[in-house]
Design a binder for this molecule. Sequence first.
Ligand code: C2O
Ligand code: CU
Length: 495
Amino acid sequence: MLRRNAPRIAAIAGATLLVGVVLGLGKAWYDSRLPGTYSVMSYGNTDYGGGSVPAGHAGHEGSAHGLSVSKLHGPQTGTPDARFALTAKAATIRLATGRAIEALTFNGSSPGPELRVKQGDLVEVTLRNEDVDEGVTIHWHGVDVPNAEDGVAGVTQNAVGPGESYTYRFRAEQVGTFWYHSHQISSEEVQRGLFGVIVIEPRDPSPTGLDLVAVAHTFDGIPTLNGNESPGSQSVPARAPVRIRLVNTDSVLHRFTVSGTPFRVLAIDGTDLNEPGPLGNVALPLAAGGRIDIGYTQPPRGVRVGIEGTGAAIGLSPYHAPAPGESPATSDFDPLSYGKPAPAPFTASSSFDRDFSLKITKKLGFFDGRPGRQWAINGGIYPDVPMFAVEEGDLVKVTISNDTDVVHPMHLHGHHALVLSRNGDPATGSPWWVDTLNIGPGDDYVIAFRADNPGIWMDHCHNLSHAAAGLTMHLGYSGVTTPFLIGSADHNQPE
Ligand code: C2O
Ligand code: CU
């Protein structure tokens, strides 16, 4: 009897198991779908980094009664020292060779207008959206503005629809090279051209010699430098000091080469380095979203600065002398040991109020209903990712590790972090402050920052297609909450 029923029992057990698996997968699929609208406050888990848990707080559990991000504006009164109008619109732009690109632009060009201000200026920028149907915002990448000026759709404001405007006001406190870009559907809008550079100059003295921005961007698959896909030229008097501000607006790392002169790396992500030494024959790997300023004294012959392995370059010379060809780099620039140490507000042996880990892996699962190998942060697939919860004034340490086989340029909004170590090796050069840090496959970095800018801040991969596929999370201050919602029904799609 029993023996006769055995196959049947096995079949029933098998079928039950199958139904269980299907139901389980169905539930995982169902649960992964992002709702029409949702708040970043209501997802994932709150990670206190081993620090205290404030009463009535925070992060994802933040109450609706907290301080709204929209109370965290820049100065609302006072006459601006620098005022700009940026109009987002579709336009045909031409590369230097005449090739036409159907782009999204600020004021008809891409890169958009270069904004130059002085340290301490009250800056006012009015964004108007002429005809970008999906909506637009402006995020000031690397400028640690007050939260409501940070330009993230669905977190710090609503996307600005066609015919609408939004005004940003902030005090330019940091000297350096920064850039701005839309943070609405940023994975598409930045690639299509909605970005530009903002330079904050020291109040005095004014820079002497040549001070030039060099923006790398790939339009329709064509790598360009300042819109040139072939070497552009720039005349500069012999012996003049030259500063070139390299900006990578693409989603992939670019390596820059400098041929024809020794040079120094003057600044990284806007912050000047201490006693940078002369370099030659090194390539400068520049993270997606990152900036490196280089400096040299113009020799009588030509100099070439370009994106390695492409025609995109700038030739700089006094007398229309031809720029040299690209000389191959023999090694990569490494900021970990470059320049000389200088006092920093904290060190690896400081006592930290929070100690977070941010572990990037890939795992099988569903992201918004789509099956596959997904990005995961600390084991969770977006939106099941942590919110790092801090209190104003905390000294915060974060260990970022990359257990995948591609690079992730991680970008924290609203703060600059000091790099303490990489793969256990302490940073021994100039203090190395970053807002965008390239985390190579298998690497781990320990960074630290002071939580001194209350708000809800994005922390995401600046390979923007990775961010759009879930490699994104938030840093939340105790008691701060957002009234804005993400989701298609609200037209807010930050990534
Ligand atoms: Cu340059 Cu969240 O961005
Ligand atoms: Cu990434």
